[in-house]
Ligand binder design. Structure first.
Ligand code: ATP
Ligand code: MG
Length: 194
């Protein structure tokens, strides 16, 4: 199955983001993007791709350990960014060092469980909001509109393992696109109280 480790922002934070995206979707050119679906909004920590079922038990143990080593930390959705002319996203602010550490631990957990992990480029935490088709398009109008966005901060308290089912066109009663198949609490000893 196709898997990735992620941080899932709480529903209230996604609702906030939803209001911003509603605005973006009314801008000229918005139809040129495939907008991602809200219940699926997530911050990928480590993308694993196809994972053999038999690796799952060890993967779960190692992800639990990665979470266990990481204290809860604050994050907020913040501003906008893009990958070339193709992907539009919102970024995050807050304890990015802890987020990066969690991403590295999730990556290491997968690798040590036998998942062949790609060498990752510089980790750039983001929630993908839309993807342009083909050659892409000028994303600046959307970036301008996203620029001032500051979400309310929340405390990241969980590491999630998410299954991704690639869309099968024309199939009725299709499975949800993303399904959380595991979640482990962050509980590093460095946790701040409150
Ligand atoms: P689609 O591929 O249908 O457009 P998607 O990219 O959301 O949808 P997946 O390809 O299963 O679905 O990817 C799941 C998550 O992992 C997404 O957030 C995606 O951006 C991220 N991801 C996918 N491939 C990689 C990769 N090689 N490196 C880092 N992150 C990746
Ligand atoms: Mg993809």
């Amino acid at each position: 199955m196709r898997l990735f480790a992620a941080v899932l922002p709480p529903p209230e934070r996604l609702t906030e983001l939803g209001h911003v995206v509603d605005r973006l979707r009314r801008l000229p050119g918005a139809d040129g993007l495939r907008w991602t679906s809200r219940p699926g909004w997530h911050l990928t920590l480590a993308f694993m791709g196809e994972v053999d079922e038999e690796l799952l038990p060890e993967l779960r143990v190692r992800l639990a350990r990665a979470a266990h080593r990481t204290p809860p930390f604050p994050l907020r959705l913040h501003g906008g960014g893009h990958f070339g002319r193709r992907a539009l996203w919102t970024g995050v602010a807050g304890d990015l060092d802890e987020l990066r550490l969690l991403a590295e631990r999730a990556d290491a957990a997968a690798r040590r469980s036998g998942v062949p992990m790609e060498e990752h480029r510089r980790y750039q935490a983001h929630v993908t909001l839309g993807r342009a088709r083909g050659e892409g398009m000028d994303l600046h109008p959307f970036l301008d509109s996203l620029g001032g966005f500051e979400g309310t901060r929340w405390q990241v308290e969980e590491l999630a393992l998410v299954r991704s089912s690639l869309p099968v066109s024309g199939v009725r009663g299709e499975q949800p696109r993303y399904e959380t198949v595991g979640a482990w609490p962050l509980e590093g000893s460095g946790a701040q109280s409150g």
